[in-house]
Design a protein around this ligand. Structure first.
Ligand SMILES: NC(=O)c1ccc[n+]([C@@H]2O[C@H](COP(=O)([O-])OP(=O)(O)OC[C@H]3O[C@@H](n4cnc5c(N)ncnc54)[C@H](OP(=O)(O)O)[C@@H]3O)[C@@H](O)[C@H]2O)c1
Length: 296
């Protein structure tokens, strides 16, 4: 079979985390259209109802907070029961998408916020993977992790988010080889900037951070923080649709020979970032520093 040729989806079952909005929602709907039986992980009932209205009656919302061990267990139990009732051997895929963005100058990032970033994007992701692996093994399923360019180059003031996405890269690389003996393929999706609610949430969180910050934070970093916020607003406007990411997720789940990494939505800016990732640190730092307003 050629590398590009796709397997015909067989109505296998997939679990998508963080399916209430953005990339996760687009993935749930795309995979539903491809014929998968989608279990859409959501934290709010209303989000599940909206998905159900937009999809075929195969799609089933599942209550899933990836940071809550009890919620992960209940979700996996519900998926296991439904997969069994449908006469399927196991899961055809897990899409690890749930994520948040914590940012700010590292000098002032509250450690519990850094912890929350890792809890959702790293520990939560691995917790779901661990819980679902028996089902994936039974169904010779695949794991698709949503990474980020921030997992390859850490920009100033995005330190917590980048640290979590670097960790996702590492877990993804290790898992890909560990699971080879069972034929469980692991792919990383690497989106550039995508038009999703994450930007508004990030800016709102930044406003809150500024309100709660000790006076020293705006005094020391004010112009730089404002520059990063302007940059985030620009990126949000110049973003790619989440459907582009969902298409790559569909390919990762259906291609005869899925790639280890899918890059999606590469603008000139994201290509520049990738280039920066490969520059010697001193050169890279100089280029990045020149994009920031002068501070202090
Ligand atoms: N947008 C981009 O430019 C971009 C670029 C590269 C990578 N990514 C990555 O893509 C993924 C999706 O982000 P997005 O842009 O689509 O943002 P989004 O619209 O804000 O979606 C984030 C999703 O994660 C869910 N979530 C948050 N905390 C959770 C938890 N504790 N348990 C379960 N679900 C939780 C949210 O659910 P609630 O609605 O319940 O909060 C929501 O469904 C993230 O991993 C992000 O890092 C995004």
């Amino acid at each position: 079979m050629s590398r590009a040729r796709a397997k015909t989806p067989t109505g296998g079952a997939v679990l998508v985390t963080g399916a209430s909005s953005g990339i996760g929602q687009a993935c749930a709907l795309r995979l539903d259209r491809l014929g998968f039986r989608v279990f859409a992980g959501v934290r709010q009932v209303a989000a599940g109802d909206a998905l159900r209205r937009a999809a075929s009656d195969r799609l089933a919302p599942v209550a899933l907070d990836v940071t809550d061990a009890g919620s992960v267990r209940s979700a996996v139990d519900a998926v296991t029961a439904a997969v069994g009732e449908a006469g399927l051997a196991g899961l055809a895929g897990l899409v690890n998408n749930a994520g948040i963005t914590v940012w700010g100058p590292l000098e002032f990032v509250p450690l519990d916020e850094l912890w929350r970033q890792f809890e959702v994007s790293v520990f939560g992701q691995l917790a779901v993977t661990q819980a679902v692996l028996p089902l994936l093994r039974a169904g010779r399923g695949r794991v698709v992790n949503i990474g980020s360019l921030s997992g390859q180059v850490a920009l100033p003031f995005y330190g917590p988010y980048a640290a979590a996405k670097f960790a996702v890269e590492a877990l993804n690389d290790a898992l890909r080889v560990e699971l080879r003996p069972w034929g469980i393929r692991v792919a990383l999706i690497d989106p550039g900037s995508v038009a999703t609610p994450i930007w508004e949430k990030t800016l709102a969180a930044a406003d809150e951070r500024m309100r709660e910050a000790p006076p020293a934070m705006p005094a020391l970093y004010g112009p730089a923080i404002e520059g990063v916020r302007r940059h985030a607003r620009r990126l949000a406007r110049a973003s790619f649709p989440p459907a582009d990411v969902a298409r790559s997720v569909g390919r990762a789940l259906t291609a005869g020979r899925p790639r280890a990494r899918y890059r999606v939505g590469q603008s000139a800016q994201t290509r520049l970032l990738l280039l920066l990732a490969h520059l010697p640190p001193r050169l890279r730092d100089g280029v990045i520093a020149r994009t920031l307003p002068r501070y202090p």
